[in-house]
Design a binder for this molecule. Structure first.
Ligand code: FPP
Length: 260
């Protein structure tokens, strides 16, 4: 029996307005960890003659519908790429908008996430990130730290290469302090130096908008992820899109380098 049913302590997800319910998929065929690249907000806004920022705002609704859908179908870990280490290259106005938007979304949504049993974790670099964003993230982490229904990794100021390089630097410091031995670094040891050592490997890597690339998201953790790219702009995504991606995933045969 799931933890939710065992004690009923969490507020159940709100059903989708269409009345849609999750597809019936065997538990062992479900992905444990789903990574989301929420791409296409700018194009969605442009198509409507709106500012790019309106696309991000519409993207927030899409994300939290997907979160509800993830809870309904029984995903245990969801990672979302909300701001990358490369997003600083955008116009100062958009960067400023995205920083305050991230901060406000976390503040606005954290109680709801808490009631639903979600543990929020921030994954990313502190350098350059607005202090107010870090403060909101830390508060959300503290509030939700004992929740165990689903983990929501908020990847903000995150980059896969940055994470690996930061890990190498931390590892070299431990090597100097003789906490580690040269030649004894295994994949398992190295993974302890990643931003979130407890993160599971990504099973399903989803990207919206029709672009087919990973854009430096969870490079280490996605080594054997199944990629699902869909030609739908992020603000048009909802939980049914996630369920479709999961159905596609469930049909795949995963071999992890082994033979059939
Ligand atoms: C990429 O679309 C999207 C982003 C850089 C921001 C994603 C953020 C959200 C969906 C809001 C959720 C908020 C939180 C705090 C998790 P794009 O701007 O690259 O779109 P384009 O490729 O069409 O220009």
């Amino acid at each position: 029996m799931s933890k939710q049913r065992a004690d009923q302590k969490w507020v159940k997800p709100t059903p989708h307005k269409s009345g849609a319910t999750p597809p019936k998929i065997k538990k062992e065929s479900l992905p444990r960890h789903v990574a989301l690249v929420m791409d296409g907000n700018g194009r969605w806004a442009k198509q409507r003659g709106l500012e790019r920022t309106k696309g991000h705002e519409a993207g927030e609704l899409a994300l939290f519908d997907v979160v509800e859908g993830a809870l309904e179908i029984g995903i245990s870990e969801l990672s979302v790429y909300a701001f990358s280490t490369e997003n600083w290259r955008r116009s100062p106005e958009e960067v400023k908008f995205l920083m305050s938007f991230n901060r406000d979304v976390i503040r606005k949504r954290r109680d709801e996430m808490h009631q639903r049993g979600i543990k929020i974790r921030w994954v990313g670099r502190e350098a350059k990130l607005w202090r107010s964003v870090v403060a909101e993230l830390e508060e959300a982490e503290e509030l939700t730290k004992n929740n165990d229904l689903m983990i929501l990794n908020m990847c903000i100021n995150y980059g896969g290469r940055a994470e690996i390089v930061d890990g190498v630097n931390a590892l070299l410091t431990d090597l100097q302090k003789r906490k580690l031995k040269p030649g004894k670094i295994t994949e398992k040891v190295f993974a302890r130096y990643l931003d979130e050592p407890k993160m599971n490997d990504v099973d399903l890597f989803f990207r919206s908008s029709g672009e087919q690339r990973t854009s430096n998201f969870l490079m280490w953790q996605s080594a054997y992820a199944e990629m699902v790219f869909m030609d739908v702009l992020w603000p048009d995504v909802d939980r049914r899109t996630l369920w479709k991606a999961i159905e596609i995933y469930a049909e795949r045969e995963r071999r992890f380098g082994g033979a059939k």
